[in-house]
Design a protein around this ligand. Structure first.
Ligand code: NDP
Length: 250
């Protein structure tokens, strides 16, 4: 999937839009015509995004928000309902790596942080905007996962568990909506040149990896009106759609 869909007139909410993959998805969706609601904590990153979107003739609304503030996520759904009355696209992209450490030595605060941002906040966002996506003629949800959701990788217990959890959550949500016009899918972006990847694999040469813009270009078509897949995982590195894989054995 590479062709950019026409998103004119669409309203897209992108979490984690201040840098990395989410920033580029927001930029490319705005270039395709969507009004982007950009969510993250870092105001500087959001403002830079806004400048770029406006310079290209697009539109954005910035929402500086810590996703750990779960009630603020509920309020955001209310604000979108009042102002626009619907939502066409959700990109649940924000995530943190957390600590890479043996399960038996993980600090409670580290485990809780990764589960709150990656799982609870994602569910809370889904709950907040689900009624608004139903009001769209073609609601699209893209939930950003990872290959480690299906790999047994020592020291990655917190992050991998969080991604396995949102995989199941997303698939159940998709199954509940299989008959309507909504399309709800997961994406594995694959290794991408971002701050998170540098934290995860510090010795790696960044220039050996795809840029966030390249990865985003493969994700944005998942918002297309004519998309038929739902409840699937789009794997960016192999450019293929799959059903959720079972975890690989030890
Ligand atoms: P980055 O660290 O570059 O960006 C993460 C984004 O999430 C930032 O915009 C950050 O904004 C936002 N975010 C983090 N915590 C919060 C919070 N508490 N409240 C609001 N926003 C928050 O990561 P990537 O772009 O690499 O990752 C994007 C997604 O892709 C993640 O879900 C990640 O797990 C997944 N992924 C990435 C891969 C890679 O190789 N890069 C590979 C596989 C999956 P701010 O700090 O401003 O709040």
């Amino acid at each position: 999937m590479t062709s950019t869909p026409d998103l004119a007139g669409k309203l897209a909410l992108v979490t984690g839009a201040s840098r990395g993959i989410g920033y580029e998805i927001a930029l490319q969706m705005a270039a395709a015509g969507a009004h982007v609601i950009a969510v993250a904590r870092t105001v500087g990153g959001l403002e830079e995004l806004d400048d770029k979107i406006k310079a290209a003739g697009g539109e954005a609304t910035l929402v500086p928000l810590d996703l750990k503030d779960l009630e603020a996520i509920d309020r955001l759904g209310g604000v979108i309902a009042e102002r626009w009355g619907k939502l066409d696209i959700l990109v649940a992209n924000a995530g943190i790596l957390g600590a890479l450490t043996p399960v038996g030595q993980m600090k409670a605060k580290d485990f809780e942080a990764v589960m709150t941002v990656n799982v609870t906040a994602t569910w809370r966002m889904i709950r907040s905007v689900d009624p608004l996506l139903r009001l769209s003629e073609a609601g699209r949800a893209i939930v950003v996962s990872s290959s480690v959701a299906h790999k047994v990788k020592p020291y990655w217990g917190g992050y991998a568990t969080s991604k396995a959890a949102i995989d199941m959550l997303t698939r159940v949500w998709a199954a509940e909506n299989a008959k309507g016009p909504m399309r709800i899918n997961l994406v594995n972006p694959g290794p991408t040149r971002t701050a998170m990847r540098a934290q995860a694999v510090p010795g790696e040469k960044p220039e050996s990896l795809p840029t966030p813009a390249q990865t985003a270009a493969k994700i944005v078509p998942m918002a297309a009106k004519d998309l038929t897949h739902t409840g699937k995982i789009f794997d960016v590195p192999t450019d293929t759609w799959t059903d959720a894989a079972l975890p690989t054995p030890l």
